[in-house]
Design a protein. Structure first.
Length: 614
């Protein structure tokens, strides 16, 4: 094999110079590896061993969906670790994907910058009754009507069976076959872009699922030196870790390059354990920037560490990621609205914490956490608010409740509207979880479709143990049951009915104001002022950009209140109240401020803009 005909990427790829299919696999645990093409292209080729544990081969392209296994030296047939498609599930053969055959039509469309993201998180299987990429495409006009600028897909890497949240994926490069495979995903991203909506993909680099995980057979992808909630940690800093890092970094570049994603959300980075001089995430971001040069390629982290290093620039010792989810904002808001104080909610519940989340970002910035029984967190006060993603609901905060109950299942409409306004008027990047925009009451529960009975029982046991600190009442839904999955599907058509319609129209109005008012987008440092009114249980937030100013006052009080102290002067025009239709004084345009006072009903938020100075 000539050097020019050597595969440069892991997995099976069409070689540019010859048109052959090149195969490259890292298998340092094996003395030999063979490539076995399945009928009708039946052929077996012993692969050439290269340095550092790599094996390569190339064969003429037989056309069609060529399926193959690797045969390792004990005779076992295994899917490709970097498989691009698993048309027969996690245990079946891998298939060649001809990426060049897809005709992209998204060039020239103006896509939002990350600071303009209003993100809608969805689960492909539960977003529509069909649970496919094609069905999701048909709902893009609905997302445009709402005003969404970015769609975040929960993980789509191949998982066992047809029902899963996606965090049990075992083929990181392969797109779930039951959703529509790689071509279906490309069509979805293409249509999002044609409608001016950015595409974000949730990826999992902290573990792989338990069923169908064959990486153990190939090399030291995992290490017993560290342990994670999912078992042995992925090997990011031990012997062989350079190739493991390459595997996952190449995966990140793959989604940007071959599928045109605009951003990746990296799941639970606290499960990525790396003591190297250059952290895996810093190397990933650096490589993505070097590889994707013609457009932005954002990397957003999820973490429960409250560690600002994730988003600090490399010059300040950080990883240089573009954004990070802020769970503290959610917990502060959730506890004020619900009064819950079990589990990690025991660390929250004060008005001051909500004010700090709006003012600085993280609430715990090296304070003592009762839940963790230790000091916790670092400060994001010097980072732009536009780097933090905030929400009142997401897949974790709903689905990891025992019953998967949403806020709409227990809170009245006025609290739902207050929650929406706090998120969408915040100086941060707002994220909505599918269905919240019209008060969906169907739960979002945890579901799997494993084939191993022992594994199914282990999942059930694990869920029971996970909820022990919360003392929630009710019967745990069976994760393996198809009924649990079907209960979790949403129905946006109910947005035309009753209180659902009112909530939906309110979300649309909030999003339109955020997009249309100069002072209400994601903020930079020094563009937000937060005042607590502790006795009245209220917060006043003033925001500005250039000459434009906006202000909102939010009450978390069960009684009507009057705010008089510390309000800014000037002439202000009301833009919105979260309690519409309860009297003429709530109409937009009414100037009830700020001659020294604001009157708020229970759980009301009012939004104003400055129209003139005194």
């Amino acid at each position: 094999m000539s050097q020019s005909n050597t595969p440069r990427e892991l997995g099976a790829n069409i070689l540019e110079d010859s048109g052959d299919i090149g195969f490259l696999v890292w298998a340092p645990n094996r003395k030999k590896v063979s490539l076995e093409l399945l009928p009708p292209n039946a052929k077996k080729v012993e692969m050439e061993r290269l340095g550092r544990g790599y094996f390569r081969a190339s064969v003429p392209d037989p056309g069609g969906e060529a399926e193959y296994f690797y045969v390792i030296d004990d005779g076992a047939r295994r899917p490709d670790p970097a498989s691009r498609h698993q048309p027969r599930g996690v245990h079946g053969p891998s298939a060649v994907v001809r990426h060049g055959a897809f005709r992209w039509e998204d060039g020239g469309y103006e896509l939002p910058r990350m600071e303009d993201y209003i993100t809608y998180e969805l689960h492909v299987g539960a977003f529509t009754s069909e649970g496919t990429f094609e069905a999701a495409i048909l709902r893009i006009p609905y997302l445009k009507e709402l005003g969404i600028t970015a769609v975040e897909l929960m993980p789509v890497a191949q998982f066992p069976g047809s029902r899963n949240w996606g965090y049990d994926g075992v083929h990181p490069f392969a797109v779930q076959d039951t959703y529509g495979g790689p071509q279906g995903l490309k069509r979805l991203v293409n249509e999002l872009h044609r409608n001016g909506i950015a595409a974000i993909l949730d990826v999992v680099y902290n573990h792989l699922g338990p069923e169908g995980n064959y990486l153990w057979d190939y090399g030291p992808y995992f290490t017993s030196r560290y342990h994670s909630p999912w078992g042995d940690a992925i090997n990011f800093d031990g012997p062989g870790s350079s190739e493991v890092r390459r595997f996952f970094i190449e995966n990140a570049c793959y989604w940007f390059d071959r599928f045109h994603f605009d951003a990746l959300r990296i799941d639970a980075i606290h499960g990525i354990i790396d003591m190297s001089a250059k952290h895996f995430l810093a190397e990933l971001k650096e490589t993505v920037q070097e590889t994707i040069k013609d457009r932005p390629a954002y990397v957003i982290a999820e973490s429960d560490l409250n560690d600002v290093r994730a988003i600090n620039p490399p010059a300040r010792g950080g990883y240089g990621l573009d954004g990070q989810w802020n769970d503290d904002f959610h917990h502060a808001l959730h506890t004020l609205l619900t009064g819950e104080d079990l589990g990690y909610y025991m660390d929250f519940g004060s008005l001051g914490q909500m004010a700090k989340a709006l003012r600085e970002g993280f609430v715990y910035t090296w304070e003592y956490s009762k839940y963790r029984e230790r000091m916790h967190g670092s400060s994001t006060a010097e980072r732009p608010p536009s780097q933090l993603v905030v929400f009142s609901q997401n897949h974790d905060q709903v689905g990891n409740r025992m019953l998967g109950d949403r806020l709409a299942a227990s809170l009245p409409p006025e609290k739902l509207r207050l929650a929406a306004a706090m998120v969408l008027l915040s100086p941060n990047l707002p994220l909505l979880f599918m269905g919240e925009e019209y008060g969906e009451k169907a739960p979002f529960q945890y579901f799997v479709s494993h084939t191993d009975p022992g594994l199914v029982e282990a999942v059930r046991k694990g869920r029971r143990e996970e909820f022990s600190k919360f003392l929630w009442q009710g019967e745990l839904p069976d994760p393996q049951s198809e009924e649990t999955f079907n209960r979790s599907k949403i129905d946006p058509e109910i947005r035309h009915e009753g209180s659902h319609k009112e909530i939906f129209e309110f979300y649309k109005a909030l999003i339109a104001l955020r997009k249309g008012h100069p002072a209400l987008g994601a903020a930079e440092c020094g563009q937000t002022e937060v005042t607590e009114h502790t006795a009245q249980r209220a917060i006043v937030v003033r925001r500005w950009k250039g000459e434009a100013q906006a202000l909102f006052a939010a009450s978390f009080n069960e009684e009507p209140i009057m705010l008089r102290d510390g309000l800014p002067g000037g002439k202000w025009r009301r833009l919105l109240s979260s309690l519409p239709g309860k009297g003429a004084d709530r109409k937009a345009g009414v100037s009830d401020i700020i001659d020294g006072e604001i009157r708020l009903d229970p759980f009301e938020l009012r939004l104003y803009e400055l129209t003139g100075n005194e």
